[in-house]
Design a protein around this ligand. Structure first.
Ligand code: NDP
Ligand code: GDR
Length: 378
C-alpha cells in the first residue's frame, strides 16, 4: 500500500486529492491546523473512526511554520509521496500578511524538503510542490508555459517563487524526486468563499433567492484561465508517477474576464446581465429573465426585476499590484502526462452555481422560518 502525506488537506485541493488517493488504494495522512472550531468540513465525509480496523485515512495536527512537528510527522508516516498544498493562498490577503505568507508559503516548502533530507528519505519520498500561475505575474508573454519568465506581483507570489526554486534546487542538489505543478486557477463547489468565482456563485444564488441585493467586486477586467479542481488534482498525482522529476503547467488554455464569469453565472439561472459604466462606476444590471428557465430551477422569477442592479464595483477589492492576464499553455502536460481536463468553463460554472443554489436554499428556508442568516461580503 502506497503512503501519501498531504499538507493542506482541509483545503479545496486537499479534500479532492485525499478522496482521489483513497480511491486509488493509498494510505492517506493529512496535516491539519489546530483551530478553535472544527475546520474539517470539506473532508468530514472521509473521516474514519481510528478505533476501527483497516483505517487508511489519518489526520495529524501540524503547521508549515513548525519544523520539528513536520520532521516528526514525516518520520512517523514514512510517506512515498508528499503533496505540499498548505499555504496562505489568498493573493489580496498576502498584502496584509506578507511576513506570515513568506514564512508559510516560502520557508514552509523548505522545511518539508529539509525534513525529508534530514530523515534520509531523499530516495524514497517524492514531493509535489503546489506552484502557481501567479509566478508569471506581470505579463511577459502569452500563453504562459514552463519556459515563460516569472515576474511575481504580490507577497504571495514572491513567497511561492521561493517555494518553486527551492524545490528545483533540492531536486538538482540532492537528486530528490521533487516537482512543481504550475497550476492555473482552479475552482469548484469547495472553493474558498472569498476567491472571486465562489464569491460570485454564492452571491448570485443569494440574489436570486432574495437573500442579498447586490454583489460588490473589484477588477472586473482581470482575465483568468479557470479549470475545475477535480481535474487538477489528478494532474498532481500524474506528475509524481513519471519516470523523471519535472515541472508542469496545468491549465485549460482558455482565458475569461471576471465580468464574463459573472454573466455566465447569472445566465446559468436564466438571467441576462449587461454591464455599463467605467472603472469604479461600472455596474451590472438585469436586462432579461427567462421565466421558464428560472422556474425549472425551482426559483421565483417575480423576485427578479428588469433594470435591477446586481453588481457594483467597490475599489477596496482592487489590489496594489494586479495580475491582469493569465492564459496557460498545457501542451507539455497533455503530451507527457496524457492529462486532459473533463470540465470546460461552462461545466464548471454550472457545477458551482447548482451547488450554491442548493446551499442557499437552506438559508432561504431558515429565513422564511424567522431565523437570521449571515451575509459575508468579503
Ligand atoms: P485553500 O486555501 O483552499 O487551502 C489551503 C490549505 O492550507 C488549508 O488546508 C489550510 O488550512 C492550509 N494551511 C494554511 N496555512 C497553513 C500553515 N501555516 N500550516 C499548515 N496548513 C496551512 O487552497 P487550495 O486548496 O485552493 O490550494 C492548494 C494549494 O495550491 C495552495 O498552496 C495554493 O497556494 C496553491 N494553488 C492554488 C490554486 C488554485 O487556483 N486553487 C492555483 C495554484 C496554486 P485551514 O483549512 O486550516 O485554513
Ligand atoms: P487569484 O484568485 O488572485 O487569481 O489567486 P482570486 O479569485 O482571488 O482573484 C481572481 C481575479 O479576480 C479579481 N477580483 C476579485 N478577487 C477577489 N478575490 N474578490 C473580489 O471581489 C474580486 N473582484 C475582482 C482579482 O483582482 C483577480 O484579478 C488564486 C488563488 O487560488 C491562488 O492561491 C492561486 O495561486 C492562483 O489563483 C492561481
Amino acid at each position: 500500500m502506497k503512503v501519501a502525506l498531504i499538507t493542506g488537506v482541509t483545503g479545496q485541493d486537499g479534500a479532492y486529492l485525499a478522496e482521489f488517493l483513497l480511491k486509488k488504494g493509498y494510505f492517506v495522512h493529512g496535516i491539519k491546523r489546530r483551530s478553535s472550531l472544527f475546520n474539517t468540513d470539506r473532508i468530514d465525509h472521509l473521516y474514519q473512526d481510528q478505533h476501527e480496523q483497516n483505517v487508511n485515512f489519518k489526520l495529524h495536527y501540524g503547521d508549515l511554520t513548525d519544523s520539528t512537528n513536520l520532521i516528526r510527522i514525516i518520520q512517523e508516516t514514512q510517506p512515498d509521496e508528499i503533496y505540499n498544498l498548505a499555504a496562505m493562498s489568498h493573493v489580496q490577503v498576502s498584502f496584509e500578511m506578507p511576513e506570515y505568507t513568506a514564512n508559510a508559503d516560502g520557508l514552509g516548502t523548505l522545511r518539508l524538503l529539509e525534513a525529508v533530507r534530514i530523515l534520509g528519505l531523499t530516495q524514497k519520498t517524492k514531493i509535489y510542490q503546489a506552484s502557481t500561475s501567479e509566478l508569471y505575474g506581470l505579463v511577459q508573454a502569452v500563453p504562459q508555459s514552463e519556459t515563460t519568465p516569472f515576474y511575481p506581483r504580490s507577497p504571495y507570489a514572491v513567497a511561492k517563487i521561493y517555494g518553486y526554486w527551492i524545490t528545483v534546487n533540492y531536486r538538482e542538489a540532492y537528486g530528490m524526486f521533487a516537482c512543481n505543478g504550475i497550476l492555473f486557477n482552479h475552482e469548484s463547489p469547495l472553493r474558498g468563499e472569498t476567491f472571486v468565482t465562489r464569491k460570485i456563485t454564492r452571491a448570485a444564488a443569494k440574489i436570486v433567492l432574495g437573500l442579498q441585493d447586490c454583489l460588490y467586486l473589484g477588477n472586473l477586467s482581470a482575465q483568468r484561465d479557470w479549470g475545475h479542481a477535480k481535474d487538477y488534482i489528478e494532474a498532481m498525482w500524474l506528475i509524481l508517477q513519471q519516470e523523471k522529476a519535472e515541472d508542469f503547467v496545468i491549465a485549460t488554455g482558455v482565458t475569461t474576464t471576471v465580468r464574463d464569469f459573472v454573466k455566465m453565472t447569472f445566465a446559468e439561472m436564466g438571467i441576462e446581465i449587461e454591464f455599463s459604466g467605467k472603472d469604479e462606476n461600472e455596474k451590472g444590471v438585469i436586462i432579461d429573465v427567462d421565466a421558464e428557465h428560472v422556474k425549472r430551477l425551482g426559483l421565483n422569477d417575480e423576485r427578479l426585476k428588469l433594470g435591477q442592479t446586481v453588481v457594483k464595483v467597490d475599489p477596496k477589492y482592487f489590489r496594489p499590484t494586479e495580475v491582469d492576464l493569465l492564459l496557460g499553455d498545457p501542451t507539455k502536460s497533455k503530451t507527457q502526462l496524457g492529462w486532459e481536463p473533463k470540465y470546460d468553463l461552462p461545466a464548471l460554472v454550472k457545477d458551482m452555481i447548482l451547488s450554491d443554489l442548493n446551499l442557499m436554499k437552506k438559508d432561504e428556508y431558515l429565513k422564511d422560518g424567522g431565523y437570521q442568516t449571515l451575509n459575508y461580503f468579503e
